[in-house]
Design a binder for this molecule. Structure first.
Ligand SMILES: *[C@@H]1O[C@H](CO)[C@@H](O)[C@H](O)[C@H]1NC(C)=O
Ligand SMILES: *[C@@H]1O[C@H](CO)[C@@H](O)[C@H](O)[C@H]1NC(C)=O
Length: 191
């Protein structure tokens, strides 16, 4: 009898000290849009000043890089078209989402990772050295170093699909409207 009790106690103790599996792990959401193989991007608003037709991810030496380690500097090579005036000053808002099964609903969705406003109003010229954005076709080679955002980067799990929603606003001198000039979604695997 004692023996059985002891065994039961052992069982309870074992079960209760086992790490609780987070609900989100019950269903593997996989990598949507082939993001296990390469970046997937698309415009999230139509009819704006910029169209972006291709994004390549490169390491600092210019070699193809995938998945992306956000703790290391990397380069985005954007094939874009500026349908309007030259942009000398711009601000960028970024939202990050993780693809997961949030409330065990058996449907996978993009769930926003809280960024506490840290990714709002980023000075595009200063951060991505992307200015001026001349009119017409543009190949933008943007060296990115996310180390200043380590508080957020450290919340991200490796080998999972993430979505970056990037919105660009016109901050040209004299412009008071600060209209959105591009919205692009980049879905990537982070390592
Ligand atoms: C996959 O990409 C398309 C656009 O190319 C987008 O409309 C769709 O929402 C994406 N799927 C997921 C799960 O994000
Ligand atoms: C950027 O992409 C364009 C179009 O694919 C390509 O012609 C160019 O060589 C790329 N630049 C770099 C630095 O990889």
């Amino acid at each position: 009898m004692l023996h059985i009790l002891g065994f039961a106690f052992f069982l309870v103790a074992t079960v209760s000290t086992a790490p609780l599996a987070p609900v989100e792990n019950l269903m593997d959401c996989g990598f949507p849009n082939g993001t296990d193989k390469q970046i997937h991007s698309y415009m999230c608003a139509q009819g704006e000043q910029f169209t972006i037709t291709d994004i390549e991810t490169l390491d600092v030496k210019g070699n193809p890089l995938y998945p992306i380690d956000p703790r290391q500097p990397f380069i985005l090579n954007l094939t874009t078209y500026n349908h309007g005036e030259q942009i000398d000053d711009n601000k960028v808002n970024v939202k990050i989402f993780q693809y997961k099964n949030q409330f065990n609903t058996n449907t996978c969705t993009w769930v926003e990772v809280p960024s506490f406003g840290l990714l709002n109003g980023i000075d595009g010229c200063q951060f991505a050295h992307n200015c001026p954005l001349t009119s017409g076709p543009l190949f933008l080679v943007l060296p990115l170093d996310l180390s200043q955002f380590s508080a957020i980067i450290n919340l991200l799990a490796a080998y999972k699909p993430y979505e970056l929603q990037i919105r660009l606003f016109n901050y040209n001198k004299g412009n008071t409207k600060h209209e959105e000039i591009a919205c692009v979604v980049a879905q990537v695997e982070l390592s």
